[in-house]
Design a protein around this ligand. Structure first.
Ligand code: NAD
Ligand code: TYD
Length: 339
């Protein structure tokens, strides 16, 4: 079995490669990644020399590169993680989100059609369902909800999902889509809430909470996510969408307070800053379908996962300090000064 993992030098893709190499040591894995600001070869160091792993630097939207790779490798399964993934960046510069997330997905599926595969799996997001009100804790995202989008990021991911389903219906491409909630865990780029707050707390810097901090996210430990995708690509039904997440809802303010408490820093570091434009209020997954059909449920509750995550960032300071000492500083100054 040969699997193409796109975006595998990023946060979730890399964790998925580690999961697959452990769970299926007989599989061959090829990672295609453009190594944008979010891709990091240091993350893949532990697998780089394995005989059943190959890294290819390339852009999923580059048709020639993608077609040559498919021609040479004859993949059985493609799992598409490659994307521009940060909402705040999409508000500043939407164009690259459309190119990578929509057109890149199209190029991959064209290659699948041309060379034949058993499964194309699209890694999606629950942000394509829009948001839920804060005062209706009884409401959850289900797979049959209409797609809507608040940010250029979620619009690009919703567009990609529609295209994936269109390729299934029109060309019979054997696809599945998963839509997960906010991931956290080792190797997450420190522009996202949890690693950013851990890094700032450890450096005694202010923790910039957008708006009131009441916005709610449904936190999914990355290993639980990888396990779910492993199940879907093997046992999931072609043409189906599976939501992944559930039962780990927290307000941003609570998340930040938990981090401060765990690293022994004062709550006075919390600074309320200007709100994100179009800021989604609440995300919450109903995992009934994947639970009933594939027997999956999240195993790591937030209280345990956040401890594992903080311990990882404490033990792997050089990984993230390397990132925040580079061009990340310019990004941080641009996004957070005068906010
Ligand atoms: P990430 O930003 O950490 O990594 C993205 C990876 O894709 C990077 O390695 C980057 O170099 C690569 N990439 C970007 N553009 C590319 C291109 N044109 N060609 C090839 N590679 C390219 O993202 P992540 O957090 O690991 O997210 C992975 C996937 O999961 C994305 O599709 C994202 O939309 C989805 N997702 C993420 C979350 C989350 O909480 N992180 C939640 C829901 C869905
Ligand atoms: P983020 O990690 O960017 O994920 P997403 O936007 O995909 O949910 O943000 C998670 C939540 O944290 C979101 O409500 C925005 C908020 N947030 C802050 O309050 N401060 C920050 O510095 C960041 C990056 C996010």
């Amino acid at each position: 079995m040969k699997i193409l993992v796109t975006g595998g030098a990023g946060f979730i893709g890399a964790n998925f490669i580690f999961h697959m190499m452990e769970a299926h040591p007989d599989y061959d894995i090829v990672c295609l990644d453009a190594l944008t600001y979010a891709g990091n070869l240091a993350t893949l160091e532990s697998v780089m020399d394995k005989p059943n792993f190959k890294f290819v630097k390339g852009d999923i939207a580059d048709r020639k590169t993608v077609f040559e790779l498919f021609e040479a490798e004859k993949f059985n399964i493609v799992v598409n993680f490659a994307a521009e993934s940060h909402v705040d960046r999409s508000i500043e510069d939407p164009g690259i989100f459309l190119r990578t997330n929509v057109l890149g997905t199209q190029v991959l599926m064209d290659a699948c059609n041309e060379y034949g595969i058993d499964r194309f799996h699209q890694v999606g997001t629950d942000e394509v369902y829009g948001d839920l009100p804060l005062d209706r804790p009884d409401l959850f995202f289900t797979e049959d909800m209409p797609l809507t989008a608040s940010s250029p990021y979620s619009a690009s991911k919703a567009s990609a999902d529609l295209l994936v389903m269109a390729y299934h219906r029109t060309y019979g491409l054997p696809v599945t889509i998963s839509r997960c909630s906010n991931n956290y865990g080792p190797y997450q780029f420190p522009e996202k809430l949890i690693p950013l707050m851990i890094a700032n707390a450890l450096a005694d810097k202010n923790l910039p909470v957008y708006g009131t901090g009441e916005n709610v996210r449904d936190w999914l430990y990355v290993e639980d996510h990888c396990r779910a995708i492993d199940l879907i690509i093997h046992d999931g039904e072609v043409g189906q969408v599976y939501n992944i997440g559930g039962h780990n809802e927290k307000s941003n303010l609570d998340v930040v307070k938990i981090i401060l408490n765990q690293v022994g820093k004062p709550e006075e570091l919390i600074t309320f800053v200007g709100d994100r434009k179009g800021h989604d209020l609440r995300y919450a997954i109903d995992p009934k379908k994947i639970h009933e059909e594939l027997g999956w449920l999240p195993e790591t509750m937030f209280v345990d996962g956040i401890k594992l995550t903080i311990d990882w960032y404490l033990e792997n300071e050089s990984w993230w300090k390397n990132i925040i000492s580079g061009e990340y500083q310019d990004y941080y100054d641009k996004m957070y000064s005068n906010r």
